[in-house]
Write a protein that binds this ligand. Structure first.
Ligand code: B4P
Length: 187
């Protein structure tokens, strides 16, 4: 089993690259953002709880995310591997993921960090707002997402660097050129 984490600030291209990587390496793509948006759309109990939090750019509580993760792993026991997109976002989530993988006698193989500076991600997300109209793609929420990323998610870089699993990739360029850089690291 090959397990990969795609890491980076909001708008760094995690979702975009994960779709391409999942196809090339035949991995199950797990986007916690997509799962949460689907729960919101269907107005499930979880979706109703998550909606207000996501609209402010804060993180949905760890226990809800860990519940989601359990369900995904349980339903995909025969997967060749997973690509985690937007998960983990806190140290608590990373430890929960490690514990689950230990039970399956596997682990995280690599973490790809897409490095993009703030101005560029703000531009990308405002552009997406014009096309897709996502509620969390507005200036105020984007700024808070970046603050939350730096305070709660960035500590994970050190967590995975210490385990010698972290690869930093320049996330500026065309989607295809970034994809090629990631693949050459993985191959
Ligand atoms: P996510 O859905 O994960 O949203 P995101 O961080 O903004 O990244 P996304 O994948 O959508 O964007 P991408 O970089 O691909 O999370 C949304 C919210 O859900 C969070 O704020 C949080 O509230 C909640 N949540 C999710 N996971 C959670 C967790 N584990 N714990 C707690 N809460 C959680 O792309 C952005 C744009 O850039 C796109 O329009 C794309 O087309 C464009 N783009 C991509 N690559 C480009 C390139 N190379 N050049 C130019 N544009 C590019």
């Amino acid at each position: 089993m090959f397990n990969l984490i795609l890491f980076g600030p909001p708008g760094s291209g995690k979702g975009t690259q994960s779709i391409k990587l999942a196809e090339k390496y035949m991995l199950k793509h797990v986007s916690t953002g997509d799962i949460l948006r689907s729960e919101v759309k269907n107005q499930t109990v979880l979706g109703i709880k998550a909606q207000a939090i996501m609209n402010t750019g804060e993180l949905v509580p760890d226990e809800l995310l860990i519940e989601i993760l359990h369900a995904v792993m349980e339903n995909n026991k025969n997967a060749k591997g997973f690509i985690f997109d937007g998960f983990p976002r806190t140290i608590v989530q990373a430890k929960a993921l490690d514990q689950l993988l230990v039970k399956m006698q596997v682990s995280i193989n690599n973490v790809i960090s897409l490095e993009v500076e703030d101005d560029e991600v703000v531009n990308r997300l405002l552009k997406r707002a014009e096309i897709e109209g996502r509620k969390d793609d507005n200036t105020e929420t984007i700024n808070n997402r970046l603050t939350v990323y730096k305070s709660q998610t960035c500590p994970l870089l050190e967590y995975y660097d210490k385990q010698k699993k972290l690869y930093r990739i320049d996330g500026i360029g065309t989607i295809d050129s970034i994809f090629k850089s990631i693949c050459s690291k993985l191959d």
